[in-house]
Design a protein around this ligand. Structure first.
Ligand code: GMT
Length: 377
């Protein structure tokens, strides 16, 4: 099948899922065309089955806002025609589903009937998409997609609650390539990051307010006062500066390292003992799954889809959003002895294996078959 994938190319869960999906699809013999404004960060163009088409928007003084959706839908039309694409898969409703639908209609006018699959990732529904500025366009483009998927049961429920949806929503969870995470429990190069008696705690996100990174520091502070530890914060975003200030106020500067955006997250997770994800909202929590696949237990909030991935008492623990004392107590119980930690590390990996690429990618292929059938009718 020839599939065009539209996504956000930068650091962020939806772009990562779209890129990893595209790569996995090529391994299943499909030809994949990424259409976006920049080469996706995890994409290496090493296979002739992978193509990247850049969408560029020329600056024009008349435009106060550059019309990206227009450029994207025109690019989609051209790529579909030139490469004889069979199917569009757009990740993130805004503006991708909207631009995809426009492309579909333009192609239809030329006698080309192409199905569009829309995958909802979370913030396109729970944070941005339901703002009155966007809601009618988001509702319209979801209802006009040939097949709609969401990354968790929780996001499906939120979508049905927040929008007037007439379309069935199929849940296809985030996934992880377990083969890439085969390292058994190992100390890796932890001596670069911590003293032998210290535990290593990690948080990875785009450091936006929704991630509650200040809670991460509060939880760490409580754990560190009982078990000497180090905190590694990976990612860039608006919460970085306030968090650096908070660390200073608490006298934790020497204990907390802000590592910025990193392509070496797996290496960092390899020597991590505990992962914290206390988010306000989280439709799935790909970062938690990546940690678990590396054998790192997770203490997270119980919001959104997190209970679907982080099994309470097995791969880690869940707490109410904002309950930093409870999260610290649960973190301490995991770190309390080497035996308990080892048990949670093993269990985290076992739970992650439920979301292996090999199990989830065929679900997307089944969705594609369904979408193709829907336009053939
Ligand atoms: O929250 C992020 O880090 C980025 C965001 C995005 O839109 O790229 O991630 C969303 O999609 C991921 C992939 O499906 C999910 O695993 C994340 O839970 C989701 N983020 C939120 O719902 C806040």
């Amino acid at each position: 099948m020839k599939i065009a994938i539209v996504c956000y190319p930068t650091f962020g869960g939806s772009g990562v899922v779209a890129t990893e999906l595209g790569i996995a699809l090529t391994e299943h013999g499909h030809e994949v065309h990424f259409i976006t404004y920049k080469q996706p960060v995890r994409l290496e163009l090493i296979s002739h089955h992978v193509h990247f088409h850049e969408v560029s928007v020329n600056e024009y003084p008349l435009f106060h806002y550059q019309p990206y959706e227009l450029a994207l839908s025109s690019k989609l039309v051209n790529v579909v025609k030139q490469y004889k694409i069979d199917l569009l898969h757009v990740h993130y409703a805004i503006p991708h589903a909207y631009a995809g639908y426009m492309a579909k209609k333009m192609l239809q006018a030329e006698g080309i009937n192409i199905p569009m699959v829309t995958t909802l990732h979370g913030t396109d529904i729970t944070l941005v998409g339901n703002h009155p500025f966007y809601k009618p366009a988001v509702t319209f483009s979801i209802n006009k997609s040939d097949v709609v998927t969401s990354v968790s049961e929780s996001l499906k429920e939120d979508t049905l609650k927040l929008f007037d949806i007439s379309k069935e929503i199929i849940v296809v969870p985030n996934f992880i390539d377990m083969e890439k995470h085969v390292n058994p429990y190992t100390e890796c190069q932890r001596d670069l990051m911590a003293e032998p008696h210290e535990r290593i705690i990690t948080h990875v996100s785009n450091l936006r307010p929704v991630k509650r990174v200040r809670d991460v520091i509060e939880i760490f502070d409580r754990i560190n006062s009982e078990i000497p530890s180090r905190l590694l914060i990976v990612g860039e975003g608006p919460e970085k500066e306030p968090c650096e200030r908070l660390c200073k106020e608490k006298g934790l500067e020497d204990k907390v390292a802000f590592l910025g955006n990193s392509n070496e997250v797996n290496k960092i997770l390899c020597f991590t003992d505990l992962f914290l994800l206390p988010s306000e909202k989280e439709s799935f929590g790909l970062a938690a799954l990546e940690a678990m696949a590396c054998g790192v237990p997770v203490v997270s909030s119980n919001t959104g889809g997190l209970p679907e991935v982080n099994e309470d008492g097995v791969s880690g623990y869940l707490s109410e959003v904002g309950d930093v004392s409870d999260m610290a107590a649960k973190g301490l119980s995991i770190l309390s002895s080497p035996e308990t930690l080892k048990k949670f590390k093993m269990q985290a990996k076992e739970v992650a294996a439920r979301f292996d690429t090999q199990k989830i990618v065929p679900q997307y292929e089944a969705v594609y078959e369904r979408a193709l059938q829907s336009v053939a009718l």
